[in-house]
Write a protein that binds this ligand. Structure first.
Ligand SMILES: Nc1ncnc2c1ncn2[C@@H]1O[C@H](COP(=O)(O)OP(=O)(O)OP(=O)(O)O)[C@@H](O)[C@H]1O
Ligand SMILES: [Mg+2]
Length: 335
């Protein structure tokens, strides 16, 4: 199970288009996919034909009203996708949560709660807003991976330093498992000298993190949201569909960072707990009265304490060394 935030603070680079169509392409390949729209512009929600003003159980209620994520998730039958829609009220969430304790972790906790009952999910994708605020930080804290769509145009790399810095800060303070695992060239005008030059520049900076697949400029991709559909159900034979299916294959083939699923909720009721607390405690017999027929097994306690291993839940203290692995990330075994 992989949790991936699709983020670039630059606007209009193809974040929403990529979340919608990569998600739909993976779903078409039989994967179980949840898309989360955490952008107050709610473009992903609109992309699938849902009105973000009338949806009454959304990611806003999860963030600001302490509601479970399961209540917000909708099943999109045509696309075979799950979607947690956004709401325009999300624009005020930052202010509403200004004094809330642990406000950067609300979405991570909500996702963990959802995963306890949906352990067969393969992918969660966040469509992030084009900003560096609390909503983006919530998505980056909830994810293990970041995909960065990058338009292959002049100045494409400008401002990327800021993005890399933000991700490093989230890693240090909130989520030591986070890594950029995919740079996605989008809106590519293949064949032009400029596209080739920008491509070479991106590869020089990010090496093998750059996807082999490039998402070409294709008007069908821009038309699909107007019909409330992904490119796969709107124009399945278009270049756009071809590119996102190729990207889905590449995403499937890469190792990625797999989430260690949270332990299931213990199946114990409040009554059970109270009954245990109230029932008289039965102490084991003292050694003197122990019968020779049934000696206690001789199993001395270990003399040395167990090795300490940092919990993945607790953030690393500032300045602590980053975990090992590619991109400095501890790679848990595939789920
Ligand atoms: N490969 C493509 N070919 C043609 N049009 C595209 C392509 N990718 C995206 N678009 C169009 O470009 C515009 C911006 O794309 P998109 O909304 O996905 O960007 P974004 O990064 O999510 O923007 P924002 O930062 O505002 O959230 C949209 O109108 C979309 O339909
Ligand atoms: Mg968007």
């Amino acid at each position: 199970m992989r949790v991936i935030a699709v983020f670039n603070h630059k606007g209009g680079v193809g974040k929403t288009t990529s979340v919608a169509n990569l998600g739909a392409a993976l779903a078409q390949k039989g994967k179980k996919v949840l898309l989360v729209d955490i952008d107050p512009q709610a473009c992903l929600t609109v992309h699938f034909g849902i009105d973000p003003e009338i949806a009454d159980d959304t990611i806003y209620q999860v963030l600001c009203k302490d509601r479970p994520l399961a209540g917000a998730v909708q099943w999109l039958e045509r696309e075979k996708l799950h979607l947690a829609p956004s709401h325009l009220d999300l624009a005020g969430a930052e202010l509403e949560l200004a004094t809330a304790m642990g406000r950067e972790r609300i979405v991570r906790d909500a996702i963990d709660g959802y995963l306890r009952d949906h352990r067969d999910l393969d992918y969660v994708f966040f469509d992030c807003p084009p900003s560096l605020g609390l909503l983006t930080i919530n998505a980056l804290t909830a994810a293990e991976e970041v995909f960065v769509p990058l338009q292959t145009e002049f100045l494409a790399l400008r401002g990327l330093g800021k993005l890399v810095e933000l991700i490093a800060m989230v890693r240090r303070r909130l989520n030591p498992n986070l890594a950029i695992t995919g740079i996605l060239p989008t809106l590519s005008r293949t064949g032009t000298l400029l596209a080739r030059e920008v491509q070479a520049e991106i590869t020089k900076h990010f090496g093998s993190t750059v996807f082999q697949t490039r998402i070409r400029n294709n008007v069908r991709l821009a038309e699909a949201p107007g019909h409330g559909r992904s490119i796969l159900t709107y124009a399945p034979r278009s270049k756009g569909a071809e590119d996102y299916l190729a990207l889905a294959d590449e995403v499937e083939a890469m190792q990625g960072c797999h989430r260690v699923l949270p332990a299931p909720e213990p199946e114990i009721s409040v009554q059970d707990i109270l009954a245990q607390v109230e029932s008289p405690r039965i102490d084991p017999p003292l050694p003197e009265s122990r019968s020779p027929e049934s000696p206690l097994p001789e199993s001395p306690l270990p003399e040395s304490p167990l090795p300490e291993s940092p919990s993945p839940e607790s953030p690393l203290p500032e300045g602590a060394p980053l975990p090992s692995g590619s991109n400095g990330v501890e790679q848990p075994p595939p789920a």
